[in-house]
Design a binder for this molecule. Structure first.
Ligand code: PLP
Length: 452
């Protein structure tokens, strides 16, 4: 029985029922599913069984579609082993456990297991307990959170910082709020921006213009076109799938010339670049020129949470107006303390950053020497292109099952179709022996699956 049959059956038993409200519900679902509801209002029925079947069928069909497009995601059950980064345990569905090497973690420097970070976490949990106790409106600011915000403002040389529960939320909440607060604002957004930025721009309700990725000429044309309206340029420093870097200084020059604000996502750079881990903008000496710097505590800093660093008034405005900040429980004190320990540590230690760059370069050299299709990058990200969703998944499965190497396949919509890849992220703890093992495993996998 297909969807229409289910609806028709329910409709037959309740021919007069229907509801605009339910139509609206369905209008929010995927387009091809709308027709069913506009036809007959299936979901408004006293026969709950029929309605449940219709709803279930929609979920089932949506998943079938994902399977058909080779886009259904399977998450491996991986438990990281503290103190032995990048080793982890992989538990199969039959319960058996194998020790594996993780090659795709965004805990880029292994800071999630650093002794200073772990001891800040546990000491604060013993002192304050596990949770925050509510939104900041209700529970107030915890001291570890206030200290963390001070640490982050200092890292980026800004007046203030505001911490959120994730990097995703920080983009969504901040961009949408900044955009809403500036009348007639036009947002100029890089074509390769992350989904959290896209959502922030969408929710701002602002007119948006997309500039070609890292294309200063195109950005300038759009800035000129926007005339004397207020403008916000939104972009990333390190683009995480291709590993390329934005011309931050050039974008700041244009922003100055055309009177625009700048919002820079440094999620894949904080902790990793710059003398103190302030990101690419610190490395390039342009941190002070960027209006808002956004970062995560979950990648280079190894914990969880996100933030913006900016002027006192920008941070206070976002704090005061952003629903994504106001109406959600604050980051727990142990996490705030752990994140602060990580930020502080990386401000003063460059050893991890140097080893990270060294091992990333060594990995690229080894894979290229083995004839593997490594996308050239100037950063720590090492994409190896497969170009087919099914083969990409097959390669990842083989690496895990046969070689005990975990690399999550990256498929559409995270990257365009035809550019499916294995995204490898070497860390300071991937030694030369790990690199040799990875190279041999990839070469064997490429041969066996006849990959190009
Ligand atoms: N911004 C970019 C560019 C990202 O790639 C991501 C996540 O990968 C985020 C923001 C979200 O950060 P978080 O993982 O802390 O939510």
């Amino acid at each position: 029985m297909d969807d229409l049959d289910v609806s028709a059956k329910c409709q037959a038993s309740h021919p007069t029922r229907g509801s605009v409200g339910n139509r609206q519900l369905c209008a929010d679902i995927v387009p091809e599913q709308r027709a069913l509801t506009t036809l007959n209002g299936t979901f408004a029925t006293d026969d709950n069984n029929c309605a449940v079947q219709a709803y279930e069928r929609h979920f089932h069909d949506s998943l079938e579609r994902l399977h058909g497009e080779q886009r259904y995601r399977v998450f491996a059950d991986i438990e990281r082993i503290s103190g032995r980064f990048p080793a982890a345990k992989w538990r199969r569905s039959d319960g058996t456990v194998t020790e594996i090497t993780v090659w795709c973690s965004n805990d880029y420097l292994g800071m999630g297991q650093h002794p200073e970070v772990v001891s800040a976490l546990t000491a604060t949990a013993h002192r304050c307990g596990a949770g925050a106790g509510g939104t900041r409106n209700i529970a107030g600011n915890s001291s570890p959170l206030v200290d963390l915000e001070g640490e982050l403002a200092d890292l980026h040389g800004k007046e203030a910082s505001l911490v959120f529960t994730s990097g995703y939320v920080s983009n969504q909440a901040s961009i949408s709020t900044i955009g809403k607060l500036i009348p007639e604002c036009v947002v100029l957004s890089d074509a390769f921006n992350h989904n959290s930025i896209i959502e922030g721009v969408r929710q701002s309700g602002c007119e948006k213009r997309i500039f070609r990725h890292n294309d200063l000429g195109h950005l300038e044309a759009l800035l000129r076109e926007a005339g004397d309206r207020p403008k916000l340029v939104v972009f990333e420093s390190v683009y995480s799938m291709d590993g390329d870097v934005a011309p931050i200084g050039g974008i700041c020059d244009l922003a100055d010339r055309y009177g625009a604000m700048t919002y820079l996502d440094e999620v894949h750079a904080v902790g990793l670049y710059g003398a103190h881990g302030g990101g690419i903008s610190e490395r390039d000496g342009v941190m002070h020129r960027v209006t808002v710097i956004e970062g995560t505590l979950a990648k280079g800093f190894g914990c969880i949470g996100g933030y913006i660093s900016a002027s006192r008034s920008v941070c206070d405005a976002v704090r005061s107006f952003a629903p994504g900040f106001i109406f959600t429980t604050a980051l727990p004190p142990p996490i705030a303390a752990a994140a602060r320990a990580s930020v502080r540590y990386l401000k003063h230690s460059s050893a991890e950053r140097e080893a990270h760059q060294r091992q990333a370069a060594a990995t690229k050299r080894a894979l290229l020497a083995a004839g593997l299709p490594v996308l050239p990058t100037e950063t720590h990200i090492v994409p190896v292109i497969v170009g087919d969703a099914e083969l990409c998944k097959a390669a990842a499965d083989r690496l895990l099952e046969r070689h005990a190497i975990y690399i999550q396949p990256i498929n559409y919509p995270t990257v365009p179709r035809g550019t499916e890849r294995l995204r490898i992220t070497p860390s300071p703890y991937h030694g030369d022996a790990h690199i040799a093992e990875l190279t041999a495993a990839l070469a064997e996998t490429w041969d066996t699956l006849s990959l190009a």
